[in-house]
Design a protein around this ligand. Structure first.
Ligand SMILES: [Fe+2]
Length: 178
């Protein structure tokens, strides 16, 4: 039984320390990935954002004999990107323990063709580039520690599988529209 103020303060202090220790342990469980991994994840995040913007514009600009199918294909890509970007942004902060740098996330202005065929070719190349970034992030994880590093590895592998699905659609479209 705590009889005096000092004793109560000590008790609350200990409870606070225990809570902080618990939070530290939670953060540690993410391992804290290396700067190399962090840079690859930041570059990947920016690339996915760029792909999303381009696919969205391509969706609006869709043209050609199969207008509606083309319009929907680009929609499927930009909508899929939103989910990937959100999941990756959250993981970036959790694993690197750094905030996302807005200026780095939004890439400098770049040109993008208005024609659906050319747009699909640019998107395909960019998606393949994003997969290479994801692979390099995964490879850089080998030295990292922490129980959740395996979770990041799984996430990046799943991300590449989703990107494979978009590549497949674009390759079929480019092939049939030629
Ligand atoms: Fe739309």
């Amino acid at each position: 039984m705590i009889k005096n103020g000092l004793g109560k303060a000590l008790l609350f202090g200990l409870a606070g320390l225990a809570a902080m220790n618990h939070m530290d342990k939670q953060r540690e469980s993410y391992g804290g990935v290396s700067e190399v991994t962090g840079s690859a994840l930041a570059a990947l995040l920016a690339e996915l954002h760029s792909i999303k913007s381009m696919a969205w514009v391509a969706h609006w600009n869709a043209s050609g004999p199969d207008f509606y199918g083309t319009h929907l294909m680009f929609q499927r890509i930009y909508e899929g990107m939103t989910v990937l970007i959100d999941d990756l942004g959250e993981r970036y902060v959790a694993y690197t323990k750094q905030p996302v740098n807005f200026a780095q996330f939004v890439q400098p202005a770049q040109s993008f063709p208005a024609g659906s065929q050319d747009a699909a070719k640019v998107l395909l190349a960019k998606i393949q580039g994003a997969q290479a970034l994801s692979d390099s992030a995964r490879m850089s994880l080998s030295g990292a520690t922490g129980v959740s590093v395996a979770g990041l590895d799984d996430y990046l592998m799943a991300l590449n599988n989703t990107l494979d699905g978009f590549s497949y659609l674009l390759i079929r479209y480019i092939g049939t529209a030629q």
